[in-house]
Ligand binder design. Structure first.
Ligand code: B1M
Length: 210
């Protein structure tokens, strides 16, 4: 079994320490971070997601797999951070209020950090006021939001409106993404940018901040 397959397998069993050990081993063997992420960690996460959809796995199993995913990403993040150092700009990032999904957000954060940006990660379930406070406190260039549920997607508008209400909307570029989010939707609710995945989100920063 390849190292990628082993990572995907132990991730689904929720074995954090073993996932981290295998990710380290893969890095030591010279495997690329991108391959470890896509073929190993994400592959395992998608497999358990599919099993959940088919009622072959249950929420606690998805949760422990998610914890193992984040553990593996910590190791990868360190490796990516070592590759680049000078901050190119500041980003405030969070998953919107009511939404606890953080794997995609963490991936976006990791790619942005890896691309050389300072990222203030607010976490999950973040109310609109917190986005504004953090953007102001850290003099951010870009405010980023993640939403994974069709029920929390409308909160992107709440956050944009909060920036308007506080009179600071023009100071920041606002970008949003997440599985149910579309470019049309982000534009419709007054945001500036949509990107579909972590790599394109990090790439987009180079266009926004210059
Ligand atoms: Co949730 N969940 N979940 N869940 N969960 C989904 C999203 C769902 C599609 C599953 C399903 O039904 N098939 C479904 C949403 C349906 C919908 O709204 N249309 C769903 C549901 C319904 C729920 C609950 C309501 C279930 C319940 O309790 N009845 C509940 C809600 C809890 C809450 O948030 N309030 C819930 C709970 C959970 C867990 C806690 C068990 C767990 C989350 C653990 C965690 O995140 N720490 C979980 C998980 C793991 C999933 C699935 C299986 C995987 C999500 C994921 O991590 N994907 C998911 C089904 C699936 O996607 N197969 C599902 C991998 C990740 C890398 O992708 O997050 O899309 P993603 O991020 C991508 C892009 O979207 C993009 O880049 C990322 C990387 O490429 N992106 C951005 C994300 N943010 C971006 C921001 C950007 C740009 C790009 O710019 C700023």
């Amino acid at each position: 079994m390849s190292l990628y397959d082993q990572i995907a397998e132990v991730l689904q069993k929720g074995q954090v320490a073993e996932v981290q050990r295998l990710v380290k081993e893969a890095l030591d063997q010279g495997l690329k971070s991108e391959g470890i992420l896509n073929e190993g960690l994400l592959k395992g996460m998608m497999d358990i997601g599919d099993r959940w959809k088919r009622n072959e796995a249950f929420v606690p199993e998805v949760l422990i797999a998610a914890r193992a995913m984040n553990g593996g990403m910590e190791v990868l993040e360190k490796a990516l951070a070592d590759e680049d150092v000078k901050p190119k700009g500041t980003v405030v990032m969070g998953t919107v209020k009511g939404d606890l999904h953080d794997i995609g957000k963490n991936l976006v954060v990791m790619m942005m950090k890896g691309a050389g940006y300072k990222v203030i990660d607010l976490g999950v379930d973040i109310p609109a006021e917190k986005f504004v406070e953090a953007a102001e406190a850290h003099q951010a260039d870009v405010v980023c939001m993640s939403a994974l549920l069709t029920t929390t997607m409308p909160y992107i508008k709440t956050v944009v409106d909060e920036f308007e209400n506080k009179g600071v909307r023009e100071k920041y570029a606002i970008m949003a993404g997440g599985a149910p989010v579309t470019e049309e939707y982000v534009k419709e609710v007054g945001g500036d940018f949509y990107t579909k995945d972590a790599v394109s989100a990090a790439d987009k920063l180079a266009e926004i901040i210059n």
